[in-house]
Design a protein around this ligand. Structure first.
Ligand code: AMP
Ligand code: MN
Ligand code: MN
Length: 325
Protein backbone atom coordinates (compact mmCIF):
# COMPACT_ATOMS: atom_id res chain seq x y z
CA UNK A 1 0.00 0.00 0.00
CA UNK A 2 1.31 3.42 -0.94
CA UNK A 3 1.91 5.90 1.86
CA UNK A 4 0.47 9.37 1.24
CA UNK A 5 2.78 12.39 1.00
CA UNK A 6 1.36 13.46 4.39
CA UNK A 7 2.41 10.14 5.95
CA UNK A 8 5.90 10.58 4.51
CA UNK A 9 5.86 14.16 5.84
CA UNK A 10 5.06 12.77 9.28
CA UNK A 11 8.15 10.53 9.07
CA UNK A 12 10.23 13.63 8.25
CA UNK A 13 8.65 15.61 11.12
CA UNK A 14 9.15 12.86 13.73
CA UNK A 15 12.84 12.17 13.02
CA UNK A 16 16.04 14.17 12.91
CA UNK A 17 18.60 12.08 11.01
CA UNK A 18 18.35 10.50 7.57
CA UNK A 19 20.53 8.55 5.16
CA UNK A 20 19.46 8.78 1.51
CA UNK A 21 20.60 5.99 -0.81
CA UNK A 22 20.11 5.14 -4.50
CA UNK A 23 20.96 2.24 -6.82
CA UNK A 24 24.37 0.90 -7.88
CA UNK A 25 25.81 2.47 -11.05
CA UNK A 26 23.71 5.53 -10.36
CA UNK A 27 22.15 7.56 -13.15
CA UNK A 28 21.05 11.19 -12.91
CA UNK A 29 17.61 10.27 -11.50
CA UNK A 30 19.31 8.34 -8.70
CA UNK A 31 21.88 11.02 -7.77
CA UNK A 32 19.51 13.90 -8.56
CA UNK A 33 16.88 12.38 -6.27
CA UNK A 34 19.37 12.07 -3.41
CA UNK A 35 20.56 15.65 -3.80
CA UNK A 36 17.09 17.14 -4.24
CA UNK A 37 15.39 15.51 -1.26
CA UNK A 38 18.56 15.52 0.86
CA UNK A 39 19.18 19.26 0.56
CA UNK A 40 15.48 20.06 1.00
CA UNK A 41 15.47 18.10 4.28
CA UNK A 42 18.71 19.76 5.34
CA UNK A 43 17.24 23.20 4.62
CA UNK A 44 14.35 22.13 6.88
CA UNK A 45 16.88 21.58 9.70
CA UNK A 46 17.45 17.81 9.43
CA UNK A 47 20.76 15.89 9.58
CA UNK A 48 21.33 14.23 6.22
CA UNK A 49 23.91 11.89 4.65
CA UNK A 50 23.89 10.93 0.96
CA UNK A 51 25.44 7.50 0.26
CA UNK A 52 25.93 5.59 -2.98
CA UNK A 53 27.59 2.18 -3.41
CA UNK A 54 29.54 3.41 -6.47
CA UNK A 55 29.89 7.07 -5.48
CA UNK A 56 29.38 10.07 -7.75
CA UNK A 57 29.84 9.59 -11.52
CA UNK A 58 32.07 12.30 -13.10
CA UNK A 59 29.34 13.39 -15.52
CA UNK A 60 27.16 14.60 -12.63
CA UNK A 61 29.87 16.50 -10.75
CA UNK A 62 28.48 19.79 -12.17
CA UNK A 63 25.36 19.52 -9.99
CA UNK A 64 25.30 21.77 -6.95
CA UNK A 65 25.40 19.46 -3.96
CA UNK A 66 27.14 16.63 -5.89
CA UNK A 67 30.06 16.88 -3.43
CA UNK A 68 27.67 15.63 -0.75
CA UNK A 69 27.48 12.14 -2.36
CA UNK A 70 29.73 9.81 -0.33
CA UNK A 71 30.96 6.25 -0.75
CA UNK A 72 29.58 4.04 2.03
CA UNK A 73 31.58 4.30 5.28
CA UNK A 74 32.82 0.99 6.75
CA UNK A 75 30.76 1.34 9.95
CA UNK A 76 26.95 1.67 10.05
CA UNK A 77 25.83 5.30 10.28
CA UNK A 78 23.96 6.45 13.37
CA UNK A 79 20.75 7.47 11.66
CA UNK A 80 17.09 7.00 12.47
CA UNK A 81 15.70 6.71 8.94
CA UNK A 82 16.99 5.26 5.65
CA UNK A 83 15.38 6.52 2.44
CA UNK A 84 15.85 4.44 -0.73
CA UNK A 85 15.33 6.44 -3.92
CA UNK A 86 14.86 5.27 -7.54
CA UNK A 87 15.81 1.70 -6.60
CA UNK A 88 13.66 -1.22 -7.81
CA UNK A 89 14.91 -3.83 -5.30
CA UNK A 90 16.71 -3.57 -1.96
CA UNK A 91 19.81 -5.51 -3.13
CA UNK A 92 20.28 -2.91 -5.92
CA UNK A 93 21.31 -0.45 -3.21
CA UNK A 94 24.55 -2.46 -2.90
CA UNK A 95 26.04 -4.42 0.02
CA UNK A 96 28.23 -1.64 1.42
CA UNK A 97 25.45 0.95 1.23
CA UNK A 98 23.04 -1.48 2.94
CA UNK A 99 25.59 -2.01 5.69
CA UNK A 100 26.02 1.77 6.10
CA UNK A 101 22.23 2.12 6.55
CA UNK A 102 21.80 -0.99 8.70
CA UNK A 103 21.28 0.90 12.00
CA UNK A 104 18.23 2.78 10.66
CA UNK A 105 15.04 1.71 12.42
CA UNK A 106 12.71 2.85 9.64
CA UNK A 107 12.98 2.36 5.85
CA UNK A 108 11.26 4.67 3.38
CA UNK A 109 11.12 3.54 -0.27
CA UNK A 110 10.27 6.16 -2.93
CA UNK A 111 10.42 4.98 -6.53
CA UNK A 112 8.79 4.81 -9.96
CA UNK A 113 9.76 1.26 -11.07
CA UNK A 114 6.67 -0.87 -11.56
CA UNK A 115 8.68 -3.95 -10.53
CA UNK A 116 9.39 -2.43 -7.07
CA UNK A 117 7.92 -4.88 -4.50
CA UNK A 118 7.60 -2.23 -1.75
CA UNK A 119 10.50 -3.33 0.45
CA UNK A 120 10.31 -0.33 2.81
CA UNK A 121 8.31 0.15 6.03
CA UNK A 122 6.83 3.19 4.28
CA UNK A 123 6.51 2.90 0.50
CA UNK A 124 5.52 5.33 -2.22
CA UNK A 125 5.80 3.67 -5.65
CA UNK A 126 4.33 5.68 -8.52
CA UNK A 127 4.94 3.85 -11.78
CA UNK A 128 2.98 6.55 -13.60
CA UNK A 129 5.76 9.03 -12.83
CA UNK A 130 8.53 9.25 -15.46
CA UNK A 131 11.23 9.84 -12.83
CA UNK A 132 11.71 9.58 -9.09
CA UNK A 133 12.69 13.27 -9.31
CA UNK A 134 9.14 14.13 -10.38
CA UNK A 135 7.68 12.28 -7.37
CA UNK A 136 10.04 14.25 -5.12
CA UNK A 137 9.03 17.55 -6.73
CA UNK A 138 5.40 16.74 -5.85
CA UNK A 139 6.38 15.60 -2.36
CA UNK A 140 8.47 18.71 -1.63
CA UNK A 141 5.91 21.18 -3.00
CA UNK A 142 2.93 19.37 -1.39
CA UNK A 143 4.61 19.33 2.03
CA UNK A 144 5.86 22.91 1.66
CA UNK A 145 9.47 21.85 2.26
CA UNK A 146 12.17 24.38 1.31
CA UNK A 147 13.42 24.16 -2.30
CA UNK A 148 17.05 25.33 -2.40
CA UNK A 149 18.54 26.03 -5.86
CA UNK A 150 20.47 22.73 -5.69
CA UNK A 151 17.18 20.85 -5.17
CA UNK A 152 15.54 22.69 -8.06
CA UNK A 153 18.39 21.93 -10.49
CA UNK A 154 18.77 18.29 -9.39
CA UNK A 155 15.05 17.62 -9.90
CA UNK A 156 15.24 19.07 -13.41
CA UNK A 157 18.25 16.96 -14.42
CA UNK A 158 16.73 13.80 -12.88
CA UNK A 159 13.50 14.22 -14.85
CA UNK A 160 15.13 15.48 -18.05
CA UNK A 161 17.43 12.44 -18.28
CA UNK A 162 14.84 9.80 -17.31
CA UNK A 163 12.43 11.16 -19.96
CA UNK A 164 15.08 11.35 -22.72
CA UNK A 165 14.80 15.16 -22.66
CA UNK A 166 11.03 15.19 -22.14
CA UNK A 167 10.42 12.87 -25.10
CA UNK A 168 9.46 9.38 -23.84
CA UNK A 169 5.76 8.49 -23.61
CA UNK A 170 6.10 8.54 -19.80
CA UNK A 171 6.33 12.36 -20.04
CA UNK A 172 3.09 13.92 -18.77
CA UNK A 173 1.44 17.33 -18.62
CA UNK A 174 2.62 17.45 -15.02
CA UNK A 175 6.21 16.98 -16.21
CA UNK A 176 6.04 20.09 -18.39
CA UNK A 177 4.21 22.10 -15.72
CA UNK A 178 6.91 21.06 -13.25
CA UNK A 179 9.67 22.14 -15.66
CA UNK A 180 7.92 25.49 -16.16
CA UNK A 181 7.69 25.98 -12.39
CA UNK A 182 11.39 25.13 -11.95
CA UNK A 183 12.26 27.76 -14.58
CA UNK A 184 9.99 30.22 -12.76
CA UNK A 185 11.99 29.44 -9.63
CA UNK A 186 15.19 30.56 -11.39
CA UNK A 187 16.53 27.43 -13.15
CA UNK A 188 18.89 28.35 -16.02
CA UNK A 189 17.58 25.92 -18.62
CA UNK A 190 20.21 26.57 -21.33
CA UNK A 191 23.12 26.23 -18.95
CA UNK A 192 21.85 23.12 -17.19
CA UNK A 193 21.02 21.34 -20.48
CA UNK A 194 24.45 22.20 -21.84
CA UNK A 195 26.13 20.80 -18.72
CA UNK A 196 23.96 17.66 -18.97
CA UNK A 197 24.12 16.97 -22.71
CA UNK A 198 26.94 18.94 -24.39
CA UNK A 199 29.91 18.20 -22.15
CA UNK A 200 30.87 14.57 -22.81
CA UNK A 201 34.44 13.29 -22.65
CA UNK A 202 35.88 12.21 -26.05
CA UNK A 203 36.07 8.70 -24.54
CA UNK A 204 32.28 8.41 -24.79
CA UNK A 205 32.39 9.08 -28.55
CA UNK A 206 35.19 6.52 -28.95
CA UNK A 207 33.00 4.05 -27.05
CA UNK A 208 30.13 4.84 -29.45
CA UNK A 209 32.40 4.05 -32.41
CA UNK A 210 33.40 0.71 -30.85
CA UNK A 211 29.78 -0.18 -30.05
CA UNK A 212 28.65 0.64 -33.60
CA UNK A 213 31.19 -1.86 -34.90
CA UNK A 214 29.34 -4.60 -32.99
CA UNK A 215 25.82 -3.57 -34.03
CA UNK A 216 23.57 -6.40 -35.20
CA UNK A 217 19.99 -6.23 -36.44
CA UNK A 218 17.87 -9.36 -36.00
CA UNK A 219 14.19 -10.33 -35.74
CA UNK A 220 13.43 -9.10 -39.27
CA UNK A 221 14.71 -5.63 -38.50
CA UNK A 222 12.86 -5.32 -35.20
CA UNK A 223 15.71 -6.01 -32.76
CA UNK A 224 18.94 -4.01 -32.58
CA UNK A 225 21.74 -5.01 -30.23
CA UNK A 226 25.36 -4.13 -29.57
CA UNK A 227 27.91 -5.15 -26.98
CA UNK A 228 30.84 -4.00 -24.88
CA UNK A 229 33.50 -6.57 -24.03
CA UNK A 230 36.02 -6.31 -21.19
CA UNK A 231 38.78 -5.98 -23.80
CA UNK A 232 37.18 -2.87 -25.33
CA UNK A 233 36.35 -1.48 -21.91
CA UNK A 234 40.00 -1.74 -20.90
CA UNK A 235 41.40 -0.49 -24.22
CA UNK A 236 39.31 2.71 -24.03
CA UNK A 237 39.36 3.13 -20.24
CA UNK A 238 35.54 3.18 -20.24
CA UNK A 239 33.82 4.48 -17.11
CA UNK A 240 30.36 3.26 -16.06
CA UNK A 241 28.66 6.56 -16.93
CA UNK A 242 30.15 6.73 -20.46
CA UNK A 243 27.42 4.51 -21.94
CA UNK A 244 24.51 6.32 -20.24
CA UNK A 245 21.86 7.02 -22.90
CA UNK A 246 23.83 5.66 -25.88
CA UNK A 247 21.22 2.93 -26.38
CA UNK A 248 18.83 5.64 -27.61
CA UNK A 249 20.87 5.71 -30.83
CA UNK A 250 19.90 2.14 -31.78
CA UNK A 251 16.45 2.47 -30.22
CA UNK A 252 15.95 5.24 -32.76
CA UNK A 253 16.43 3.02 -35.82
CA UNK A 254 13.35 2.93 -38.03
CA UNK A 255 11.51 -0.39 -37.65
CA UNK A 256 13.35 -1.36 -34.46
CA UNK A 257 11.04 -2.31 -31.59
CA UNK A 258 13.57 -3.58 -29.06
CA UNK A 259 17.12 -2.29 -28.49
CA UNK A 260 19.55 -4.18 -26.26
CA UNK A 261 22.98 -3.37 -24.90
CA UNK A 262 25.08 -6.26 -23.53
CA UNK A 263 28.03 -5.34 -21.35
CA UNK A 264 30.68 -7.53 -19.70
CA UNK A 265 31.29 -6.34 -16.14
CA UNK A 266 34.59 -6.68 -14.27
CA UNK A 267 32.98 -9.20 -11.86
CA UNK A 268 32.17 -11.56 -14.77
CA UNK A 269 28.47 -10.73 -14.75
CA UNK A 270 26.65 -9.36 -17.78
CA UNK A 271 24.70 -6.12 -17.61
CA UNK A 272 21.77 -5.97 -20.01
CA UNK A 273 20.08 -2.71 -20.85
CA UNK A 274 16.81 -3.02 -22.78
CA UNK A 275 14.45 -0.54 -24.45
CA UNK A 276 11.11 -1.17 -26.15
CA UNK A 277 9.33 1.22 -28.50
CA UNK A 278 6.15 -0.84 -28.67
CA UNK A 279 3.75 -1.21 -25.72
CA UNK A 280 3.07 -4.79 -26.88
CA UNK A 281 6.63 -5.72 -25.86
CA UNK A 282 7.07 -5.21 -22.11
CA UNK A 283 10.82 -4.95 -21.47
CA UNK A 284 10.27 -5.23 -17.71
CA UNK A 285 8.56 -8.62 -18.16
CA UNK A 286 11.31 -9.88 -20.47
CA UNK A 287 13.99 -8.76 -17.99
CA UNK A 288 12.04 -10.28 -15.08
CA UNK A 289 12.53 -13.73 -16.69
CA UNK A 290 16.21 -13.30 -15.75
CA UNK A 291 15.75 -11.66 -12.34
CA UNK A 292 15.90 -8.08 -13.67
CA UNK A 293 13.22 -5.41 -13.84
CA UNK A 294 12.46 -1.75 -14.44
CA UNK A 295 9.75 -0.15 -16.57
CA UNK A 296 7.64 -1.41 -19.49
CA UNK A 297 9.74 0.47 -22.06
CA UNK A 298 13.13 0.61 -20.24
CA UNK A 299 14.47 -2.22 -18.12
CA UNK A 300 17.63 -4.07 -17.23
CA UNK A 301 19.23 -7.26 -15.92
CA UNK A 302 22.43 -8.27 -14.16
CA UNK A 303 22.94 -11.92 -15.05
CA UNK A 304 25.55 -14.67 -15.17
CA UNK A 305 27.95 -14.77 -18.13
CA UNK A 306 29.57 -15.64 -20.36
CA UNK A 307 28.47 -12.95 -22.79
CA UNK A 308 27.61 -15.36 -25.62
CA UNK A 309 25.22 -17.38 -23.38
CA UNK A 310 23.54 -14.29 -21.93
CA UNK A 311 23.02 -12.89 -25.44
CA UNK A 312 21.58 -16.11 -26.75
CA UNK A 313 19.11 -16.47 -23.85
CA UNK A 314 17.98 -12.84 -23.79
CA UNK A 315 17.59 -12.59 -27.58
CA UNK A 316 15.52 -15.80 -27.52
CA UNK A 317 13.25 -14.32 -24.82
CA UNK A 318 12.84 -11.14 -26.89
CA UNK A 319 11.97 -13.13 -29.96
CA UNK A 320 9.22 -14.92 -27.97
CA UNK A 321 7.90 -11.53 -26.82
CA UNK A 322 7.77 -9.95 -30.30
CA UNK A 323 4.26 -9.58 -31.73
CA UNK A 324 3.35 -11.81 -34.68
CA UNK A 325 4.31 -10.13 -37.93
P1 AMP B 1 19.37 1.18 -17.69
O1 AMP B 1 19.27 0.39 -18.93
O2 AMP B 1 20.51 0.81 -16.82
O3 AMP B 1 19.25 2.65 -17.95
O4 AMP B 1 18.07 0.77 -16.86
C1 AMP B 1 16.77 0.93 -17.37
C2 AMP B 1 15.77 0.90 -16.24
O5 AMP B 1 15.69 -0.42 -15.68
C3 AMP B 1 16.16 1.82 -15.09
O6 AMP B 1 15.01 2.40 -14.58
C4 AMP B 1 16.82 0.88 -14.11
O7 AMP B 1 16.71 1.35 -12.79
C5 AMP B 1 16.07 -0.42 -14.32
N1 AMP B 1 16.97 -1.56 -14.10
C6 AMP B 1 18.16 -1.77 -14.69
N2 AMP B 1 18.73 -2.92 -14.28
C7 AMP B 1 17.88 -3.46 -13.38
C8 AMP B 1 17.89 -4.66 -12.57
N3 AMP B 1 18.91 -5.52 -12.61
N4 AMP B 1 16.83 -4.85 -11.74
C9 AMP B 1 15.81 -3.99 -11.69
N5 AMP B 1 15.73 -2.86 -12.43
C10 AMP B 1 16.74 -2.59 -13.26
MN1 MN C 1 17.82 5.22 -12.09
MN1 MN D 1 14.46 6.64 -12.47
Amino acid sequence: MNATFQEIGDVFARHESFVLISHVRPDADAIGSQISLGLALEAAGKKVRLINEDGLPDNLAFLDGADRIELPPAEPLEVEVAIALDTATKPRLGDAALNAASAAKLWVNIDHHKSNPGYGDVNHIDSGSPATGQILYKLITTLGLPMPDATRDAIYVAVSTDTGSFQYPSTTEETYLMAADLIRRGLNVGEINSLTYDSHPLRRIELTRALLNTLEITGEGRVAHWELTMATRQALGVKAEDSEGLIDMIRGIQGVIVAVFFEELPDGKIRVSMRSKDPRVDACNVCAEFGGGGHALAAGIRMAGPLADAKQQVLAAISRALPAN
